[in-house]
Design a protein. Structure first.
Length: 76
């Protein structure tokens, strides 16, 4: 996860929490819901980024394994 992605996701979570608290304090249920939604959106983006990073790592590992296996077969 890049620094920009982390910052963007954290910004959504923080802004969402602020809106949620604002909605609770003012009694504005719609604002509270907007905040909860934005907070969840930030968390979801974190999860998607984590999955993307894990998939990239798995692909790199698979390619490295394939290269090593290919080299072993050539050396035989």
């Amino acid at each position: 996860m890049t620094v920009e992605e982390k910052f963007d996701n954290a910004k959504d979570k923080i802004a969402g929490k602020a809106k949620e608290v604002e909605g609770k304090v003012t009694g504005d249920k719609q604002r509270e819901l907007q905040g909860k939604t934005q907070n969840i959106f930030g968390k979801a983006k974190d999860a998607v980024t984590d999955i993307k990073d894990a998939a990239e790592e798995a692909v790199k590992d698979t390619i490295d394994d394939y290269k090593q296996d290919s080299k072993k077969n050539i050396d035989k």
